[in-house]
Design a protein around this ligand. Sequence first.
Ligand code: ADP
Ligand code: MG
Length: 253
Amino acid sequence: MTAMVKAEGVHKSFGPVQVLKGIDLEVAPREVFCLIGPSGSGKSTFLRCINHLEKINSGRLYVDGDLVGYRQKGDKLYELKDREVAEKRRDIGMVFQRFNLFPHMTALENVIEAPVQVKRETKAVARERALRLLDRVGLGDKAGNYPSQLSGGQQQRVAIARALAMEPKLMLFDEPTSALDPELVGEVLDVMRGLAEEGMTMIVVTHEMGFAREVGDSVVFMDDGVVVESGQPREVLTNPRHERTKSFLSKVL
Ligand code: ADP
Ligand code: MG
């Protein structure tokens, strides 16, 4: 079975600063893969590399068997053209800490925007799916609301619906609940849990250890640009082997 994401010795630097120092990992189709670690350890950078927002310096990164950013012919690599990158990115949904909705568009308009503009879908088709998705994230009655008329949790659920509207094969979540008031975290995690149950492949950067334990299939602890420890949530979160993992967990749990 082809891994949905495979990283082999992935290195990424910004100028002289090495941020990813040889990441090796594999995410299987339908897996919920939780990435944890202290601030500055390179989690967001790694997600951004998967989503073509950053270029890696060395190593290999694959999404669904395809090299990210390059096309391989024989033993030669060719950089993908912007148009090809854009095409690849359609298959990957990303949800950020900040909801990043278009403020001048209603929830519904936010969700139909990319399918209509990028995929050239008809408004009718996009609208039908968008309404279904808004319903699925519990916002069927908020389709006409503008972001400013929605709570942070509701905005984040619209952002999830918007990502799903492109029918991605992989969803990346970068601390999707970190900017939310505590009482709104649960509703977003519930939507993510539902998505996991439906078999979506997800990489989730999170400090929500309860979510990682209950929903995650694997947990990877990253620190200072390397994978320190990985395994089933039960092992990593309850029985960490490394001092660095123990110390991190004692601060967040
Ligand atoms: P995390 O998400 O785990 O908190 P990040 O991937 O955001 O970590 O950042 C890891 C390190 O990379 C940090 O030291 C950060 O300052 C640095 N970094 C991230 N993006 C850039 C950039 N565009 N230019 C320079 N340094 C960056
Ligand atoms: Mg981050």
